[in-house]
Write a protein that binds this ligand. Structure first.
Ligand code: ACO
Length: 338
C-alpha cells in the first residue's frame, strides 16, 4: 500500500455505533455491609458516594455478563454477530486465565468471523480497548469491533477487608465501534501508564510470580490489595491531566466539553477532576452511587445510562476518562454522531 493511501485510511472517522449494558440483579447496600464488616453507611457515602452495588449470581461468570451486554450493543448498532470482525474484552476478572473471556464471548454470541482477545488495563480497560478498536477500523482492516468492559469483582474481593469490599461491584458494558460520518466520532486519544505504581493496586497471587498455594489462599492473596490513598492521589492528579491532553490534541478547550463520562470509582475523585476542568454538575455523568466501582465496566455502563437519560446528543463533545490498575490512564474525546 502506498503511504498516501495509508494516510487516507487513517483519516477514517470512527465512532460508537451501538451500546449495551448488563447489571446483575442482586444488590448489596451499605447497610448490608454494616452487618459484614466494621463499616457504616455514613462513612461509605461520605468518602466514596457509593450507596449500593450489584453482585453477580453464583452461576454467573464475567463472560455471562459480557454476552448479555454484547448482544444488546450489536442489536443497538443494527448489526448481527456475524458482522463483528473483532471482539475485545477488557477485564481483570476473566472466567479463566485461558482461554480468554473474549473467545468465550465470541463463541457464545456466534461472532463466527471475529478474532478475539482480552485486554488488561484495569479500570482504564474499556477506553484502552476502544482506542485499539479505533485503529483497526481507521486503517480499514476491520469494519466493526465489539469492545466490552466486564467484571465480576465480587469474586476477587476479601469480604473481611473494609478498605476494599465497600468499593467494588459487578457489571458489563459493551459498544460496537465502526465508521461514522467525517467530522464525527473519536477526535483524539490519550493513553498512558506508570508501571512503578503497580503495587498500589494488585491481585498478588495466582500468576507466575506467586502461583496459587495453600499459603497464598490463607494469606488472602487472591483478592484485591490496594493502597487507597496512593491510588486516590494518583487519580486526582492524572484525571485532569489526561483530559486536558486529549482536549489539546483535538484543538479544543475545557469549555467545549458537553459531557464528561469519568471512571466511576469515587465521587470525590470525580468532583476534584470536575473542579479542575471547571465543569458544572450537569456536564458530568455520575452513577457510582448505584453500582460502586465496576472497573472496566464502569465507563460503558455510564455511557449507556447517559444515553438512556438523553444526555448524549448529536454534535456533543463527550470526554471519556479512565484510570486504574497498572497504574494506567486513558482518555478519548468523541464528537457524538447520532
Ligand atoms: N468503613 C469505615 N472506616 C474505614 C473504611 C470503611 N469501609 N475503610 C477504611 N476506613 C478507615 C481507615 O481504616 C482509616 O482509619 P484510621 O484513620 O483509624 O487508620 C480511615 O477510615 C481513613 O482511611 P483512608 O484510607 O485515609 O480514607 P480515605 O479518605 O482515603 O478513603 C478510599 C479511602 C475511599 C479507599 C479512597 O482512598 C479512595 O477512593 N481511593 C481510590 C480507590 C480507587 O479508586 N480504586 C480503584 C482504582 S481503579 C481499578 O483499576 C480497580
Amino acid at each position: 500500500m502506498r503511504m498516501d493511501e495509508c494516510n487516507n485510511m487513517m483519516k477514517q472517522s470512527v465512532g460508537f455505533l451501538g451500546m449495551g449494558c448488563y447489571i446483575p440483579e442482586k444488590i448489596i447496600t451499605n447497610y448490608d455491609l454494616e452487618k459484614m464488616v466494621d463499616t457504616n453507611n455514613e462513612w461509605i457515602v461520605d468518602r466514596t458516594g457509593i450507596k449500593e452495588r450489584h453482585i453477580a449470581a453464583p452461576e454467573e461468570a464475567t463472560s455471562d455478563l459480557a454476552v448479555k451486554a454484547a448482544k444488546l450493543a450489536i442489536a443497538d448498532a443494527g448489526l448481527t454477530a456475524e458482522d463483528i470482525d473483532l471482539v475485545i474484552v477488557a477485564t481483570e476478572t476473566p472466567d479463566t486465565k485461558f482461554p480468554s473471556t473474549a473467545c468465550l464471548v465470541q463463541h457464545e454470541i456466534g461472532a463466527t468471523h471475529a478474532a478475539a482477545f482480552d485486554l488488561s488495563a484495569g479500570c482504564s480497560g474499556f477506553v484502552y480497548g476502544s482506542a485499539v478498536a479505533s485503529q483497526f477500523i481507521a486503517t480499514g482492516l476491520y469494519k466493526h469491533v465489539l469492545v466490552i468492559g466486564a467484571e465480576t469483582l465480587s469474586r476477587i474481593m476479601n469480604w473481611q477487608d473494609r478498605n476494599t469490599c465497600v468499593l467494588f461491584g459487578d457489571g458489563a458494558g459493551a459498544a460496537v465501534l465502526g465508521k461514522v460520518d467525517d467530522g464525527y466520532g473519536i477526535l483524539s486519544i490519550d493513553l498512558g501508564a506508570d508501571g512503578g505504581g503497580g503495587p498500589h493496586l494488585i491481585l498478588p497471587a495466582g500468576g507466575s510470580r506467586k502461583p496459587a498455594s495453600h499459603e497464598t489462599v490463607d494469606a488472602c492473596e487472591h483478592s484485591i490489595h490496594m493502597n487507597g490513598n496512593d491510588v486516590f492521589k494518583f487519580a486526582i492528579k492524572i484525571m485532569p491531566k489526561t483530559a486536558l491532553r486529549v482536549l489539546e490534541k483535538a484543538g479544543l478547550k475545557k469549555d467545549d466539553i458537553d459531557l464528561l463520562i469519568p471512571h466511576q470509582a469515587n465521587v470525590r475523585i470525580i468532583d476534584s477532576a470536575a473542579k479542575r476542568l471547571r465543569l458544572s454538575q450537569d456536564k458530568i455523568m455520575v452513577n457510582v452511587e448505584k453500582y460502586g466501582n465496576t472497573s472496566a465496566a464502569s465507563i460503558p455502563i455510564a455511557m449507556c445510562e447517559a444515553r438512556t437519560e438523553g444526555r448524549l446528543k448529536k454534535d456533543d463533545n463527550v470526554l471519556l476518562v479512565g484510570f486504574g490498575a497498572g497504574l494506567t490512564w486513558a482518555s478519548i474525546l468523541v464528537k457524538w454522531h447520532k
